[in-house]
Design a protein around this ligand. Structure first.
Ligand code: ATP
Length: 295
Protein backbone atom coordinates (compact mmCIF):
# COMPACT_ATOMS: atom_id res chain seq x y z
CA UNK A 1 0.00 0.00 0.00
CA UNK A 2 2.76 2.41 1.00
CA UNK A 3 4.48 1.64 -2.32
CA UNK A 4 1.44 2.98 -4.14
CA UNK A 5 0.93 5.93 -1.80
CA UNK A 6 4.30 7.58 -2.45
CA UNK A 7 3.97 7.82 -6.26
CA UNK A 8 0.33 8.92 -5.93
CA UNK A 9 1.33 11.57 -3.45
CA UNK A 10 4.07 12.70 -5.83
CA UNK A 11 1.58 12.85 -8.70
CA UNK A 12 -0.74 14.94 -6.55
CA UNK A 13 2.06 17.44 -5.84
CA UNK A 14 3.03 17.52 -9.50
CA UNK A 15 -0.59 18.17 -10.49
CA UNK A 16 -0.86 21.06 -8.03
CA UNK A 17 2.41 22.55 -9.32
CA UNK A 18 1.29 22.33 -12.95
CA UNK A 19 -2.06 23.88 -12.04
CA UNK A 20 -0.28 26.74 -10.24
CA UNK A 21 2.00 27.33 -13.26
CA UNK A 22 -1.03 27.50 -15.52
CA UNK A 23 -2.61 30.00 -13.13
CA UNK A 24 0.61 32.08 -13.15
CA UNK A 25 0.70 31.95 -16.93
CA UNK A 26 -2.88 33.09 -17.30
CA UNK A 27 -2.21 35.89 -14.80
CA UNK A 28 0.78 36.94 -16.87
CA UNK A 29 -1.36 37.11 -19.99
CA UNK A 30 -4.01 39.13 -18.23
CA UNK A 31 -1.27 41.55 -17.11
CA UNK A 32 -0.13 41.81 -20.73
CA UNK A 33 -3.71 42.63 -21.69
CA UNK A 34 -3.58 45.39 -19.11
CA UNK A 35 -0.49 46.77 -20.82
CA UNK A 36 -2.39 46.83 -24.09
CA UNK A 37 -5.32 48.47 -22.37
CA UNK A 38 -3.26 51.55 -21.54
CA UNK A 39 -2.08 52.06 -25.12
CA UNK A 40 -2.11 55.64 -26.45
CA UNK A 41 -5.37 56.95 -27.88
CA UNK A 42 -5.24 57.36 -31.67
CA UNK A 43 -3.56 60.66 -32.48
CA UNK A 44 -2.64 61.32 -28.82
CA UNK A 45 -0.40 64.36 -28.38
CA UNK A 46 2.20 64.90 -25.65
CA UNK A 47 1.12 66.52 -22.39
CA UNK A 48 1.48 70.31 -22.60
CA UNK A 49 3.10 71.82 -19.54
CA UNK A 50 3.42 75.56 -19.04
CA UNK A 51 4.88 76.03 -15.61
CA UNK A 52 4.06 73.85 -12.65
CA UNK A 53 1.01 71.60 -13.31
CA UNK A 54 -1.87 70.73 -10.97
CA UNK A 55 -3.19 67.16 -10.67
CA UNK A 56 -6.88 66.35 -10.43
CA UNK A 57 -8.70 63.12 -9.53
CA UNK A 58 -12.34 63.60 -10.44
CA UNK A 59 -14.86 60.99 -9.24
CA UNK A 60 -12.43 58.12 -9.96
CA UNK A 61 -13.66 54.51 -9.94
CA UNK A 62 -11.31 51.58 -10.30
CA UNK A 63 -11.30 47.79 -9.80
CA UNK A 64 -8.50 45.31 -10.58
CA UNK A 65 -11.13 42.59 -10.81
CA UNK A 66 -14.72 43.42 -11.84
CA UNK A 67 -16.28 42.00 -8.69
CA UNK A 68 -14.20 44.08 -6.26
CA UNK A 69 -14.18 47.86 -6.47
CA UNK A 70 -10.96 49.35 -5.03
CA UNK A 71 -11.63 53.09 -5.55
CA UNK A 72 -15.20 54.24 -5.32
CA UNK A 73 -15.79 57.78 -6.53
CA UNK A 74 -12.65 59.54 -5.35
CA UNK A 75 -12.08 63.27 -5.92
CA UNK A 76 -9.21 65.51 -4.88
CA UNK A 77 -6.88 68.09 -6.35
CA UNK A 78 -3.20 68.71 -5.81
CA UNK A 79 -2.71 72.41 -6.59
CA UNK A 80 0.40 73.28 -8.61
CA UNK A 81 3.49 73.00 -6.43
CA UNK A 82 1.65 71.67 -3.36
CA UNK A 83 1.81 68.37 -1.49
CA UNK A 84 -1.20 66.17 -0.81
CA UNK A 85 -0.68 63.22 1.52
CA UNK A 86 -2.72 60.03 1.64
CA UNK A 87 -2.95 57.90 4.77
CA UNK A 88 -5.15 55.01 5.80
CA UNK A 89 -5.30 51.32 6.59
CA UNK A 90 -3.38 48.73 4.60
CA UNK A 91 -5.34 47.76 1.49
CA UNK A 92 -7.39 50.99 1.48
CA UNK A 93 -6.25 51.72 -2.10
CA UNK A 94 -3.48 54.28 -1.49
CA UNK A 95 -0.84 52.77 -3.81
CA UNK A 96 -3.53 52.26 -6.43
CA UNK A 97 -3.80 56.07 -6.68
CA UNK A 98 -0.10 56.23 -7.58
CA UNK A 99 -0.44 53.43 -10.15
CA UNK A 100 -3.36 55.21 -11.82
CA UNK A 101 -1.62 58.59 -11.92
CA UNK A 102 1.45 56.95 -13.52
CA UNK A 103 -1.01 55.21 -15.86
CA UNK A 104 -0.12 51.60 -15.17
CA UNK A 105 -3.90 51.16 -15.39
CA UNK A 106 -6.73 53.30 -16.70
CA UNK A 107 -9.59 54.51 -14.52
CA UNK A 108 -12.94 52.83 -15.11
CA UNK A 109 -14.99 55.87 -14.18
CA UNK A 110 -14.23 59.57 -13.77
CA UNK A 111 -11.00 61.26 -14.88
CA UNK A 112 -7.45 61.97 -13.84
CA UNK A 113 -5.98 65.12 -15.32
CA UNK A 114 -2.62 66.88 -15.26
CA UNK A 115 -2.66 70.60 -16.06
CA UNK A 116 -6.28 70.23 -17.20
CA UNK A 117 -5.50 67.39 -19.67
CA UNK A 118 -7.07 63.96 -19.22
CA UNK A 119 -4.12 61.54 -18.97
CA UNK A 120 -5.96 59.05 -21.24
CA UNK A 121 -5.93 61.61 -24.07
CA UNK A 122 -2.19 62.37 -24.08
CA UNK A 123 0.79 60.09 -24.75
CA UNK A 124 1.68 57.72 -21.94
CA UNK A 125 5.34 58.49 -22.46
CA UNK A 126 4.86 62.22 -21.84
CA UNK A 127 2.88 61.49 -18.64
CA UNK A 128 5.66 59.25 -17.33
CA UNK A 129 8.31 61.82 -18.21
CA UNK A 130 6.49 64.38 -16.09
CA UNK A 131 6.36 62.14 -13.01
CA UNK A 132 9.04 60.78 -10.69
CA UNK A 133 8.05 57.81 -8.55
CA UNK A 134 9.75 56.44 -5.48
CA UNK A 135 7.81 53.19 -5.14
CA UNK A 136 7.38 50.93 -2.12
CA UNK A 137 9.51 48.24 -3.65
CA UNK A 138 12.11 49.36 -6.17
CA UNK A 139 13.17 46.90 -8.83
CA UNK A 140 16.76 47.53 -9.94
CA UNK A 141 18.14 46.71 -13.37
CA UNK A 142 20.93 44.15 -13.66
CA UNK A 143 23.41 46.88 -14.39
CA UNK A 144 25.77 49.23 -12.57
CA UNK A 145 24.58 51.39 -9.71
CA UNK A 146 25.48 54.47 -11.83
CA UNK A 147 23.21 53.22 -14.64
CA UNK A 148 20.40 52.61 -12.17
CA UNK A 149 20.59 56.19 -10.86
CA UNK A 150 21.13 57.83 -14.26
CA UNK A 151 18.20 55.92 -15.76
CA UNK A 152 15.86 58.79 -14.92
CA UNK A 153 17.80 61.29 -17.02
CA UNK A 154 19.44 60.46 -20.33
CA UNK A 155 22.93 61.94 -20.65
CA UNK A 156 23.43 62.65 -16.93
CA UNK A 157 27.09 63.24 -16.03
CA UNK A 158 28.94 61.28 -13.35
CA UNK A 159 29.05 64.47 -11.23
CA UNK A 160 25.24 64.82 -11.44
CA UNK A 161 24.78 61.12 -10.55
CA UNK A 162 27.02 61.54 -7.51
CA UNK A 163 25.28 64.73 -6.38
CA UNK A 164 21.91 62.92 -6.47
CA UNK A 165 23.38 59.92 -4.62
CA UNK A 166 24.78 62.24 -1.92
CA UNK A 167 21.39 63.94 -1.49
CA UNK A 168 19.75 60.51 -1.17
CA UNK A 169 22.37 59.47 1.45
CA UNK A 170 23.60 56.51 -0.62
CA UNK A 171 26.94 57.85 -1.89
CA UNK A 172 29.05 56.60 1.03
CA UNK A 173 27.52 53.15 0.76
CA UNK A 174 28.24 53.04 -2.99
CA UNK A 175 31.86 54.07 -2.39
CA UNK A 176 32.23 51.17 0.07
CA UNK A 177 31.26 48.56 -2.56
CA UNK A 178 34.00 46.78 -4.57
CA UNK A 179 33.78 48.89 -7.71
CA UNK A 180 31.96 51.96 -6.47
CA UNK A 181 29.54 53.37 -9.04
CA UNK A 182 30.56 50.60 -11.50
CA UNK A 183 29.36 47.85 -9.12
CA UNK A 184 26.67 45.69 -10.67
CA UNK A 185 23.41 45.51 -8.68
CA UNK A 186 20.09 43.71 -9.09
CA UNK A 187 19.17 40.03 -9.19
CA UNK A 188 22.46 39.00 -10.78
CA UNK A 189 24.65 41.55 -9.00
CA UNK A 190 25.13 42.92 -5.52
CA UNK A 191 21.94 42.48 -3.52
CA UNK A 192 20.85 45.67 -1.78
CA UNK A 193 18.61 45.92 1.27
CA UNK A 194 15.12 47.41 0.94
CA UNK A 195 16.35 50.73 2.36
CA UNK A 196 19.36 50.87 0.03
CA UNK A 197 17.19 50.14 -3.00
CA UNK A 198 14.82 52.86 -1.90
CA UNK A 199 17.68 55.35 -1.64
CA UNK A 200 18.77 54.45 -5.18
CA UNK A 201 15.19 55.17 -6.30
CA UNK A 202 15.25 58.49 -4.44
CA UNK A 203 18.56 59.42 -6.13
CA UNK A 204 17.06 58.47 -9.52
CA UNK A 205 14.04 60.70 -8.90
CA UNK A 206 16.12 63.62 -7.63
CA UNK A 207 18.21 63.39 -10.81
CA UNK A 208 15.15 63.17 -13.07
CA UNK A 209 13.84 66.34 -11.40
CA UNK A 210 10.29 66.03 -12.75
CA UNK A 211 7.49 68.56 -12.09
CA UNK A 212 5.31 65.90 -10.38
CA UNK A 213 6.54 63.55 -7.67
CA UNK A 214 4.99 60.48 -6.09
CA UNK A 215 6.50 59.14 -2.89
CA UNK A 216 4.92 55.81 -2.03
CA UNK A 217 5.92 55.24 1.58
CA UNK A 218 9.26 56.46 0.44
CA UNK A 219 10.96 56.03 3.77
CA UNK A 220 9.25 52.88 5.05
CA UNK A 221 12.27 50.59 4.69
CA UNK A 222 14.76 52.92 6.36
CA UNK A 223 16.06 53.15 9.89
CA UNK A 224 14.80 56.21 11.74
CA UNK A 225 18.05 58.21 11.62
CA UNK A 226 18.45 57.78 7.84
CA UNK A 227 14.73 58.39 7.50
CA UNK A 228 14.96 61.79 9.18
CA UNK A 229 17.92 62.79 7.02
CA UNK A 230 16.22 61.69 3.82
CA UNK A 231 12.96 63.34 4.78
CA UNK A 232 14.76 66.66 4.78
CA UNK A 233 16.15 65.94 1.32
CA UNK A 234 12.76 64.82 0.07
CA UNK A 235 11.10 67.89 1.50
CA UNK A 236 13.57 70.13 -0.30
CA UNK A 237 13.28 68.04 -3.51
CA UNK A 238 9.48 68.31 -3.33
CA UNK A 239 9.50 72.03 -2.57
CA UNK A 240 7.62 73.78 -5.35
CA UNK A 241 6.69 70.46 -7.01
CA UNK A 242 3.25 68.95 -7.28
CA UNK A 243 3.59 65.99 -4.93
CA UNK A 244 1.53 62.99 -3.87
CA UNK A 245 2.83 61.34 -0.71
CA UNK A 246 1.52 57.97 0.41
CA UNK A 247 2.60 57.55 3.97
CA UNK A 248 2.41 55.28 6.94
CA UNK A 249 4.34 57.49 9.30
CA UNK A 250 2.19 60.51 10.04
CA UNK A 251 5.22 62.62 10.95
CA UNK A 252 5.99 62.77 7.23
CA UNK A 253 2.65 64.39 6.33
CA UNK A 254 2.24 67.07 8.98
CA UNK A 255 3.14 69.89 6.58
CA UNK A 256 1.02 68.69 3.65
CA UNK A 257 -1.36 71.16 2.01
CA UNK A 258 -4.12 68.57 2.48
CA UNK A 259 -4.22 65.12 4.08
CA UNK A 260 -6.67 62.53 2.76
CA UNK A 261 -7.66 59.69 5.08
CA UNK A 262 -8.73 56.69 3.03
CA UNK A 263 -10.76 53.69 4.03
CA UNK A 264 -12.04 50.96 1.69
CA UNK A 265 -11.57 53.01 -1.48
CA UNK A 266 -13.12 56.23 -0.20
CA UNK A 267 -11.93 59.43 1.45
CA UNK A 268 -13.42 59.46 4.92
CA UNK A 269 -11.68 62.59 6.25
CA UNK A 270 -9.70 65.39 4.66
CA UNK A 271 -7.99 68.57 5.80
CA UNK A 272 -4.78 69.94 7.20
CA UNK A 273 -3.01 68.20 10.08
CA UNK A 274 -4.31 70.77 12.57
CA UNK A 275 -7.88 70.64 11.25
CA UNK A 276 -7.96 66.84 11.31
CA UNK A 277 -6.58 66.70 14.85
CA UNK A 278 -9.30 69.18 15.83
CA UNK A 279 -12.00 66.94 14.34
CA UNK A 280 -11.07 64.13 16.72
CA UNK A 281 -11.86 61.44 14.13
CA UNK A 282 -9.87 58.62 12.52
CA UNK A 283 -6.80 60.76 11.80
CA UNK A 284 -6.65 62.00 15.38
CA UNK A 285 -6.91 58.40 16.53
CA UNK A 286 -4.09 57.30 14.21
CA UNK A 287 -1.95 60.22 15.38
CA UNK A 288 -2.46 59.39 19.06
CA UNK A 289 -1.65 55.75 18.39
CA UNK A 290 1.54 56.57 16.52
CA UNK A 291 2.68 59.08 19.16
CA UNK A 292 2.31 56.46 21.88
CA UNK A 293 4.12 53.77 19.87
CA UNK A 294 6.97 56.19 19.06
CA UNK A 295 7.34 57.20 22.70
P1 ATP B 1 -0.68 49.29 1.81
O1 ATP B 1 -0.75 50.41 2.79
O2 ATP B 1 -0.68 47.95 2.47
O3 ATP B 1 0.40 49.44 0.78
P2 ATP B 1 -2.71 50.32 -0.01
O4 ATP B 1 -3.72 51.17 0.66
O5 ATP B 1 -1.62 51.02 -0.74
O6 ATP B 1 -2.10 49.28 1.02
P3 ATP B 1 -3.31 49.09 -2.54
O7 ATP B 1 -1.95 48.55 -2.83
O8 ATP B 1 -3.76 50.28 -3.31
O9 ATP B 1 -3.50 49.34 -0.99
O10 ATP B 1 -4.33 47.89 -2.77
C1 ATP B 1 -5.73 48.06 -2.60
C2 ATP B 1 -6.40 46.71 -2.78
O11 ATP B 1 -6.21 46.27 -4.13
C3 ATP B 1 -5.83 45.62 -1.89
O12 ATP B 1 -6.91 44.89 -1.36
C4 ATP B 1 -5.03 44.75 -2.82
O13 ATP B 1 -5.09 43.42 -2.44
C5 ATP B 1 -5.71 44.95 -4.16
N1 ATP B 1 -4.75 44.86 -5.27
C6 ATP B 1 -3.61 45.56 -5.41
N2 ATP B 1 -2.99 45.24 -6.57
C7 ATP B 1 -3.76 44.32 -7.19
C8 ATP B 1 -3.66 43.59 -8.43
N3 ATP B 1 -2.65 43.77 -9.25
N4 ATP B 1 -4.66 42.72 -8.72
C9 ATP B 1 -5.70 42.53 -7.87
N5 ATP B 1 -5.85 43.18 -6.69
C10 ATP B 1 -4.89 44.06 -6.35
Amino acid sequence: MIQLYIPLNFLGTLYREIKQSMADLSRMFSLMDKEREVADAPGAQPLQLHGQPDVCFDNVYFAYEPARAILRGLSFRIPAGKTVAVVGASGAGKSTLARLLYRFYDVQGGHISIAGQDIRQVTQDSVRKAIGIVPQDTVLFNDTVAYNIAYGRAGATQAQVEAAAKAARIHDFIMSTPQGYATKVGERGLKLSGGEKQRVAIARTLLKNPPIMIFDEATSALDSETERAIQQELASAAAGKTTLVIAHRLSTVVDAHEILVMDAGQIIERGTHAALLGQGGRYAEMWALQQSSDA
